[in-house]
Design a protein around this ligand. Structure first.
Ligand SMILES: C[S@@+](CC[C@H](N)C(=O)[O-])C[C@H]1O[C@@H](n2cnc3c(N)ncnc32)[C@H](O)[C@@H]1O
Length: 210
């Protein structure tokens, strides 16, 4: 049963072409992290809320990656991502992070988070932490870029996604839940234009369920 009663109709937004998050290329903080840590990401990777799949494709061509899976609630987004020129071991599937199919449970070595956490209803954040924890193998890692203060005239606080958060909340939700240990946390040097200084790159290691 999806938790997101108040979330937008993502399919509709994709159909209408109202996708301001789609910058046509992978997230600069992801590319920056990969360049600084060559060969570190490998195995099976999940990208929840992957949308057009640019990040999935960037991950799918890394040498140690066996499978890079984009999981998105919107069948329209999944179809569009699948229609783009294929890169490496990419795969796109439609599904709800809050209602995980068995194939996604305990399966992944890495999860890459980018604008899924800020897209969901903040009331679902504890469920997000639990769901991502459930997708990872023991010792798996969550690497994410979190949009800290995404507000502008079109997106006021409380006006729907993107929803902001702060570093203290990230620490409380992920480390405070006992499900993750934070290993790295910094402001990325590279961001899409307009997001400079507003993002936080965090790498965390999955802990045994408390
Ligand atoms: C703001 S968009 C970001 C897409 C992509 N990460 C990007 O930056 O291009 C948020 C995405 O999350 C997806 N989404 C929202 N709730 C979801 C859920 N419960 N499970 C999986 N995907 C979800 C939406 O369909 C949408 O494609």
């Amino acid at each position: 049963m999806p938790l997101l009663e108040t979330s937008p109709d993502w399919d509709e937004l994709y159909r209408e072409g109202h996708t301001p998050w789609d910058k046509g290329s992978a997230a600069p903080p992801l590319l920056e992290w990969i360049a600084a840590h060559p060969d570190q990401i490998g195995g099976h990777i999940l990208v929840p809320g992957s949308g057009p799949g640019h990040d999935v494709r960037a991950l799918a061509v890394l040498p140690g990656v066996v499978k890079a899976v984009g999981l998105d609630l919107s069948p329209v987004a999944t179809a569009r991502a699948s229609a783009l020129p294929r890169a490496g071991v990419e795969r796109h599937v439609t599904g709800d992070l809050f209602d995980l199919a068995p194939e996604h449970r305990g399966t992944y070595d890495w999860v890459w988070e980018h604008t899924c956490f800020c897209a969901i209803d903040p009331a679902s954040r504890a469920a997000y932490v639990e769901a991502v924890h459930a997708t990872l193998k023991p010792g798996g890692q969550l690497l994410g870029v979190f949009y800290l203060d995404p507000y502008d005239d079109e997106h006021p606080p409380g006006g729907g996604p993107p929803h902001g958060c702060n570093v203290a909340e990230l620490e409380e939700r992920f480390a405070g839940s006992g499900r993750f240990k934070i290993e790295e946390s910094y402001v990325p040097a590279k961001s899409y234009p307009g997001r400079e200084g507003l993002e936080r790159l965090v790498r965390m290691v999955r802990q045994p369920a408390p």
